[in-house]
Design a protein around this ligand. Structure first.
Ligand code: NAG
Ligand code: NAG
Length: 187
């Protein structure tokens, strides 16, 4: 099997009410994300917890840096939002009004098992506390070759790994069950 993963902690809801007619309408009107820190886009940063991704090198692939995501760049949910033609669902805790295109409720953490082609699927690509067994050390430079790594820190995966998982979730048959996102939006 190409990729063994446990996405059981992570559920993505697409909302299928009226789709607005625009030039290139999104494939679904909204994306609601429930899950763990692999999917968090900033909720934990706003909670009274020590588990926060509020320092570099988290977010290093974004021009603006830190976003609260527990990885160097986009999450699986972000890639799915891009596929659907929707904005990245903002962290629910940061929103006080109404966002019609979806929200991100993800927070917390759970496991994921890698088996991909990426060059390094064992070691984290950024220097972490306790020799690769904990979260990233603030402000240390991650490897420039981070796109070849599955793990970002001891608990979280890289943007490259998120991209692979999202691709399988969108068009593959094993990552997202009972159907992939492409089939889901055609219902
Ligand atoms: C990535 O770069 C680092 C630092 O230059 C090097 O030690 C490491 O072996 C490289 N990793 C891979 C998977 O090529
Ligand atoms: C850190 O981890 C590597 C790889 O598991 C190991 O070879 C090395 O001995 C460890 N270093 C320390 C200081 O524990």
């Amino acid at each position: 099997m190409d990729l063994l993963l446990s996405l059981f902690c992570s559920i993505i809801f697409l909302h299928f009410l009226s789709v607005n007619s625009r030039d290139s309408p999104p494939l679904a009107p909204a994306l609601y994300v429930f899950g763990d820190s692999l999917f968090d886009s900033g909720n934990n940063n706003l909670l009274p917890t020590l588990t926060r991704a509020n320092y570099l090198p988290y977010g290093v692939n974004f021009p603006g840096g830190v976003t609260g995501r527990f990885t160097n760049g986009r999450t699986v949910a972000d890639f799915i939002a891009e596929y659907l033609g929707l904005p990245y669902p903002p962290p629910s805790i940061s929103i006080h009004g109404t966002v019609l295109t979806g929200l991100n409720y993800a927070s917390g953490s759970c496991g994921i098992l890698p088996e991909t082609r990426l060059k390094d699927t064992r070691n984290p690509c950024c220097t972490t506390w306790l020799n690769g067994t904990l979260s990233s050390i603030p402000f240390l430079e991650p490897y420039p070759n981070r796109s070849e790594y599955f793990f970002w820190d001891a608990f979280h995966i890289t943007e490259a790994a998120c991209s692979l998982i999202a691709a399988r979730c969108i068009t593959g048959s094993s990552a997202c069950v009972p159907m992939n996102i492409k089939a889901l939006v055609q219902i």
